[in-house]
Design a protein around this ligand. Structure first.
Ligand code: DAH
Length: 349
C-alpha cells in the first residue's frame, strides 16, 4: 500500500517527465505522439492514475483524486499550448515556402500565330459572311475550260497573255485566277447567288518584289435580278471600311477583264494619309486593291443563266496585296520566308 506522499510523488514525476520530454519535441506530430503516452484513454499514464483512484483507501482518495485531476487538466493545457505553437510555426514555414512573388517578371511563353495571309483571308471571309455570302472552295488545278474559255477567254484571246500560265498538259493547268469558282458555282446553283471563294491559291509565272509564282486570291460573285455597279461599290465600301478603318472609301476606274463588262479597277482611299498623298499611295491618295465588274453576258450564258433576266457582279482580289498594305510589308517574299521576327509582329485580332 502506497502512502499519500508516494502517490503525490508519482504525480510530480509525471509532471517532470512531461516538462522534460516537451523540450525535445520538434513538430505537432511528435506532440501528438508524446501526448498519447500520458492522456491516451487506455494506455496513458495519467489515464491509468485516474483509473487507480477508486482503489485508494477512503481518507487519501479525495486528496489524490484532486491531485490527479489537476495533473490531467494541467497536462491537457500544456499539450494544447504545444500543439498550437507547433502548428503556428509549421503554417508559417509552409506559407514561406509557398509564397508567390507577384512582382516577378512572367516567364515568356511562345505563342503561335496564323499566317498574315490566313489572317486577312479570315477577316475578308467574316466580312462577306456577315453580308450573307456563302463560302465555296477553290481548286488548285483547273482545266482550260474553267480557267479561261468559260470565262470568255477562248484559246486565241489576247487576254490569256495577261496571265503567264503553268500548263500541266494541254488541257490541265495550275489555276491562274480564282474566277473559275464563278463557273463552278453557277453550274451548280441557280440565282440568287452570293458567294465568296477561298482559300484561293493561284499560280503564275511571275516573280519580283510584289509578285510571287504562287499567291492567293479571293473571288466574289453575286447573281440576281437587277444587280448593278452600285451594288458592287456599296458592298466593297463595307469591305474596305472593315479592313482599313471607318471612312475608307472606294473609287471605280474603267478597266478590262474578258469575263466582266463593264470592268473596273477598284482603288481605296489611302488609309495611311487619309487621301492627302504619301509614300504608300505614291502621292495619289488612292491605292489599287482589286479587279471587278458586271459579269459578262457571255459568262452567264455559258452557265445557262439568262442574261436578260439576271445580272451579276464579280470581283477578285489578291490577298497578299491586302496583307502587305494592311500590315505594312513592302516585299511579298517576307510573307513566305517564315521568319518569326516578321510573323510575330502580325497578330490581327
Ligand atoms: N481574275 C482577275 C485576275 O486574276 C481578277 C478579277 C477581276 C476577278 C475582275 C473578277 C473580276 O471576278 O470581276 O486578275
Amino acid at each position: 500500500m502506497q502512502n499519500l506522499e508516494e502517490l503525490k510523488a508519482s504525480i510530480t514525476a509525471i509532471k517532470d517527465e512531461i516538462l522534460k520530454g516537451a523540450a525535445d519535441l520538434k513538430n505537432s506530430k511528435e506532440v501528438y505522439e508524446f501526448k498519447k503516452n500520458f492522456l491516451d484513454p487506455k494506455v496513458g499514464k495519467i489515464s491509468q492514475l485516474m483509473k487507480g483512484v477508486k482503489d485508494i483507501p477512503g481518507e487519501m482518495r479525495a486528496d489524490f483524486g484532486k491531485g490527479v485531476n489537476e495533473l490531467k487538466n494541467w497536462a491537457g493545457e500544456r499539450f494544447n499550448e504545444m500543439d498550437e505553437k507547433m502548428k503556428a510555426a509549421e503554417a508559417k514555414l509552409r506559407y514561406e515556402s509557398e509564397k508567390i512573388d507577384v512582382t516577378m517578371p512572367a516567364t515568356h511563353s511562345m505563342k503561335g500565330y496564323l499566317h498574315p495571309v490566313t489572317q486577312i483571308r479570315n477577316r475578308v471571309i467574316d466580312i462577306f459572311a456577315s453580308m450573307g455570302f456563302e463560302v465555296v472552295e477553290t481548286r488548285e488545278i483547273e482545266n482550260d475550260y474553267y480557267n479561261f474559255t468559260a470565262l470568255n477567254t477562248p484559246q486565241d484571246h489576247p487576254a490569256r497573255d495577261m496571265q503567264d500560265t503553268f500548263y500541266l498538259s494541254p488541257e490541265f493547268l495550275l489555276a491562274t485566277q480564282t474566277s473559275a469558282a464563278q463557273i463552278h458555282t453557277m453550274e451548280k446553283k441557280k440565282p440568287p447567288i452570293k458567294m465568296v471563294a477561298a482559300p484561293g491559291k493561284v499560280f503564275r509565272s511571275d516573280d519580283d518584289a510584289t509578285h510571287s509564282p504562287m499567291f492567293h486570291q479571293i473571288e466574289g460573285l453575286v447573281v440576281d435580278k437587277k444587280i448593278t455597279l452600285c451594288d458592287l461599290q456599296g458592298m466593297l465600301d463595307v469591305l474596305v471600311a472593315n479592313l482599313f478603318g471607318e471612312g475608307t472609301k472606294t473609287r471605280l476606274r474603267p478597266s478590262y477583264f474578258p469575263f466582266t463588262e463593264p470592268s473596273v479597277e477598284v482603288d481605296v482611299s489611302c488609309f495611311e494619309c487619309g487621301g492627302k498623298g504619301c509614300r504608300l499611295c505614291k502621292g495619289t491618295g488612292w491605292i489599287e486593291v482589286l479587279g471587278a465588274g458586271i459579269v459578262n453576258r457571255k459568262v452567264l450564258e455559258n452557265c445557262n443563266i439568262d442574261p436578260d433576266e439576271y445580272s451579276g457582279l464579280a470581283f477578285g482580289c489578291g490577298l497578299e496585296r491586302l496583307a502587305m498594305l494592311k500590315y505594312g510589308i513592302n516585299n511579298i517574299k517576307m510573307l513566305y520566308e517564315s521568319d518569326l521576327r516578321v510573323l510575330e509582329q502580325i497578330d490581327d485580332k
